[in-house]
Design a protein around this ligand. Structure first.
Ligand code: SAM
Ligand code: SF4
Length: 366
């Protein structure tokens, strides 16, 4: 098996069949994939990890995805929205600590009050930091006009996971209505690119009904859509969601974690200069999950800056880690973890996706 893996790893571009073999590799083959991915990372983007301070802005969501703990149908959580002061305090912390980037994430809403408020906060963050903080937004599907307004107000990046690239599987994981339409999500991804964003996407790994062939298609999806950044991680069950019913059909948590690491490593080999996040969901299934992801190709981490009192209400899945850690503690814990992984931190650097720079600047087009 591993001899076959070594041969596949020499292919300049992986076919669907190659990807299925890589994702099915045994332990020896998997070690080779991980070694190759680490070498690709060091050669193409180096060993710097970039921080994006994460602000979980609000758990109010108009959608009802079957996997997500903060879906509108879950009445268990108190719904919250951070105040302007709380957002600006978190942004000031990031600025002071030289994180240079923020991710502002939350439930999907498209009411005018919400859209105006995000625009206002983006301008305030830009003013406070004299444009030195780059912002990634993640608020789901919005109209091209909203994306444009937020871009003009100072957001540079946007994270919109496709969740699964197979439209039939997408239907099984979402209610069948116009608010949960796979093709609308694809259009949103295209519109983000048109507006000039660094575009991020991602998937969940180890979902009920998902096959290895689906995951191979997910990797091809990122390549075909020429995505600049990817944030993907294991699916983790939540007892207050409809998918919980299928918990007995899932891979074990350690298998899901291993498969997620393989996805990160294979993606790094395929897309050498994109940004890949070491996600919190990885750490949920393995205490060293994020470091392991860094070792096999990830280069972005998202220290949580959400005020601790809200974290219990932003539980997308069970056993989410660090819900009691203040931003300061979270930072020192991450520094230690990154050094263990053999990487260094790119303080005061935006750490933009090299891939994005290449596709948008003359330097890259040469
Ligand atoms: N509402 C926006 C959206 O859906 O794009 C952004 C926030 S949403 C909470 C961020 C991501 O959380 C989703 O894209 C999804 O992949 C992930 N997520 C939700 N429930 C999850 C679960 N049970 N396990 C792992 N990831 C989950
Ligand atoms: Fe809302 Fe995003 Fe959760 Fe779906 S995944 S319910 S859109 S927060």
């Amino acid at each position: 098996m591993s001899t076959g893996i070594e041969e596949i790893l020499t292919h300049p571009e992986f076919s669907k069949e190659d990807l299925v073999s890589l994702l099915s590799a045994d332990d020896t083959g998997t070690r080779k994939i991980f070694e190759t991915a680490r070498a690709v990372k060091l050669q193409y983007i180096g060993n710097k990890v970039y921080f994006r301070g994460l602000i979980e802005f609000s758990n109010i969501c108009s959608k009802n995805c079957y996997y997500c703990g903060i879906r509108s149908g879950n009445k268990k959580y108190k719904r919250y929205e951070l105040s302007d002061e709380e957002v600006m305090e978190a942004a000031a912390f990031a600025y002071r600590e030289k994180y240079a980037s923020l991710v502002i994430q939350g439930g999907e809403r498209s009411d005018k009050k919400f859209i105006d408020r995000i625009e206002y906060l983006l301008r305030e963050i830009s003013k406070m930091s004299e444009g030195r903080i780059h912002v990634t937004l993640s608020f789901g599907e919005q109209s091209p006009e909203t994306y444009r307004r937020w871009f003009q107000a100072g957001a540079q990046r946007y994270l919109l996971r496709i969740e699964v690239s197979n439209p039939e599987l997408y239907k099984k994981l979402h209610p069948s209505d116009k608010h949960h339409d796979y093709y609308k999500r694809l259009e949103a991804l295209k519109s983000l690119r048109k507006e000039g964003y660094q575009v991020g996407s991602g998937v969940m790994i180890g979902l009920p009904f998902q096959t290895i062939s689906d995951l191979a298609d997910d990797l091809l999806f990122f390549r075909n859509y020429d995505i600049d950044m990817v944030g993907m991680g294991p699916y983790i069950e939540h007892d207050a969601t409809p998918l919980y019913e299928y918990r007995d059909q899932l891979l074990s948590q350690s298998e899901r974690f291993r498969l997620s690491l393989k996805m990160v490593a294979i993606l790094r080999i395929m897309m050498k200069d994109i940004n890949i996040a070491a996600t919190t969901a990885m750490q949920t299934l393995d205490p060293q999950g994020r470091e392991k992801a860094l070792m096999v190709g990830a280069n972005v981490m998202m220290p949580n800056l959400t005020p601790v009192k809200y974290r219990e209400d932003y539980l997308l899945y069970e056993n989410k880690p660090c819900i009691n850690e203040e931003a300061e503690e979270c930072k020192s814990c991450l520094e230690a973890r990154i050094h263990i992984a053999g990487d260094t931190i790119g303080y005061d650097e935006w750490g933009d996706s090299k891939h994005y720079r290449k596709r948008t600047t003359d330097e890259g087009k040469k």
